[in-house]
Design a protein. Sequence first.
Length: 282
Amino acid sequence: MNDTTPPLAVLDHAAGPEPDERPEDKRLKGERNRTDTLVWLSRFGWLTSKMLAGLVWPTAAQGQTMARRTLGALADEKLVVARTMANGTTVYVLSAKGARLLTEQTGTPAESGHALALGNPLHRAASNWYLIRAVQQGHRIVTEHEIATERGPCRVLRGKVADGLIVADDGLCTWVEVENAPAKSRAERAKTVSLAAECLGHATMAAVADGLWLARLAVVATNEAALRHMAASFMSAYREGSLRDAQVGDVDVCLLPVSPSLVPGEVHEGNLWWDVFVPALE
């Protein structure tokens, strides 16, 4: 199993099997969903039950119920561990037993999340939700956790560490940059702008890793203030001449608010050039 392309639990809604096959199909689907749950927990580090539902049961009306039921059964078997964030939100990680089982089943090393540093929950949740949306759209991804633990294809590019990657079939990548602090330092914002200036819109694409090239940058903000500050830094660089129209056009923007309980709010997506710069420059 490729560590960047886990099996997706896609239910077959076509004509059902013969009656005598249904019990076996149900059992096989259940086992696949259990394995997918362990795989996604390994890849993301931690997930809420709602996040897991979006990954394993994206179209099911009772997806979150099934996610909670599956997580409960895995917890009873001591394959996953429930951990509580400072705000009381419950997240799930692999146990040592679950990591061993997953390693045996897939051949890909997995690690327990029992002592995993949960970091900045809102920042990580925004990255998780953005990548979950990409999975639901059929894309391959590399999670922030995989990059942070050096299990992804790259660690640093031009001094920046990605908050996630979305990978197309041709190897072209979208670099995910999450903005959570309302007033991130000017120097940190400048690094993101420099990444776009140095790596986007050139005749030769910047290599993220062997067979992977940087094609787009997605700035994902959890609040309007963070997005405005980031857009202002890009506009300043554009007016100074260090960014061209085409490069700004390769930057997507997304407002993805996340509640303290790590639930996403209404998502607004656009393009930095067409939806931010063009209206401002008219």
